[in-house]
Design a binder for this molecule. Sequence first.
Ligand SMILES: Cc1cc2nc3c(=O)[nH]c(=O)nc-3n(C[C@H](O)[C@H](O)[C@H](O)COP(=O)(O)OP(=O)(O)OC[C@H]3O[C@@H](n4cnc5c(N)ncnc54)[C@H](O)[C@@H]3O)c2cc1C
Length: 485
Amino acid sequence: MEFDVAIIGCGVSGASIARRLSAYSIKTCILEKAADVSFGTSKANSGIIHGGFHHNKKHLKARLEIQGNLMFDQLRRELNFPFRRCGIIVAALHEEEMKAVEQLYLQGIENDVIGIELCSRQRILELEPKLSSDAVGGLYAPGGGIIEPYCFVFSLVESALKNGVELYKDYKVCTAARSGEYWEIRAEDGRVTKARYAINAAGLYADEISKIFGAEDYSITARKGEYFLLDRLTRACPSRVVFPVPTSVSKGMLVIPTVEGTALVGPTADAVEDKEDFATITKNLEQIIVSGKTMIPSISQNDVITAFAGLRPVLKSSKPLPGNWTDGDFYIDASQKAPNFVHVAGIQSPGLTASPAIGEYVKNILLEMGLSLAEKPGRDPFVENRPLARRLSPDELNNFIAKDSMWGNIVCRCENVSEAEIVQAVKLGHTTLDGIKYFTRAQMGRCQGGFCTYKIIKIIMRKTGLSFDQITKHGGKSRVLEAAL
Ligand SMILES: Cc1cc2nc3c(=O)[nH]c(=O)nc-3n(C[C@H](O)[C@H](O)[C@H](O)COP(=O)(O)OP(=O)(O)OC[C@H]3O[C@@H](n4cnc5c(N)ncnc54)[C@H](O)[C@@H]3O)c2cc1C
């Protein structure tokens, strides 16, 4: 296993870098510790393609956000993931909040945000009629949008693999040593990968990877964001992303339409010690509903189908890091201590939005470090647009059933997912319950897998040869069924 570049971590950062590098005649691999891709922070976030007005351009994250946002239309054409430029509004509910809104507007102008508008009360209510009648005005950025973050990662990875990148899952990087011009990167299970360049895109664990490679010293702590997911029958789903006026630590509690017609309310922002603490807390969830209702009064607890949490990777360093890094910013740079090692760390929000630009930025760092990049002849940037039962008309679905009866067996009735789609997900390597969920939406609806989980387990068993007690929720020890004693 000898490569030019090894990318550690397959969230949206690693996947975007891999896809960018797949355009060149080099050997690239991704080493991911989880059983599937996008199982880190990239699976649990707001899914917003930010509008480019929340941060000052002096920060790298703001520049990459602006650039990344503009790349999404082309990416959608090539990669076929669900994406909607629904626009973003920031709603002021008191006159005194309008000062902060004006500052955001001026920042947006400074950042060249296309079409940004300072809105009167009448205009903001026209843009979002579900908004509280207390609204006094706000901001509108028409270029903001929404995606399903894991679908985006799956498409990036599929495209990268199609163009020669290799992916190793269940590969937890534990040690690294220099051997000639190569890094020898060893996994917990003893596998070794050799690569001339290593990229640290390990999210919450980027600090550990940096230590393993003898690179710069920093720590990553987790800041939790909890959400409520509202059923698509809710009357509260707005047609645009609705932000409150932001605070100094977070963009505040939002109401977000999803591309699948459901709505999210959240996230909170609380420092937690444990990087695996995804618990949701009743007290916080009550607060989410209260905050959400101040903006969209029709939010009702009866529409809640589930709660979940994501963890932001907050980078701290006791000493200034080399380069222009400032507190709270992304840290994307070549190491000055470890040879041929690149940090992609502290990728908090707007990491999803910025990710395509992160791919480009890291490619340029590698070029500056001396990696030669010749364009790959015959590269195919497109991924297949797969049929989905829920998007087919009855006639179209009948045609599919005539060719393959599995299209007629609807496994997940909340989200209308057929057996044919589950089988395809398994064939593409998604063999855990969460992998199937994020790839197909089965288990994501109102019943949260109550009716379909056992059917999915049986399909995974049939297609992989795994026994029932080997099926996991998300790999490792997360087994869902135990053999009777
Ligand atoms: C609550 C919340 C809301 C957010 N909302 C938005 C939003 O609306 N819009 C936006 O633009 N951004 C948003 N973000 C930010 C965005 O989600 C992140 O910036 C982005 O997902 C980070 O991706 P990543 O690939 O850097 O990290 P991750 O997705 O965490 O990926 C890191 C990967 O590295 C792997 N890994 C770790 N250690 C090892 C090891 N030893 N060996 C091998 N692999 C390893 C992990 O398993 C993981 O898959 C939000 C974040 C949060 C938490």
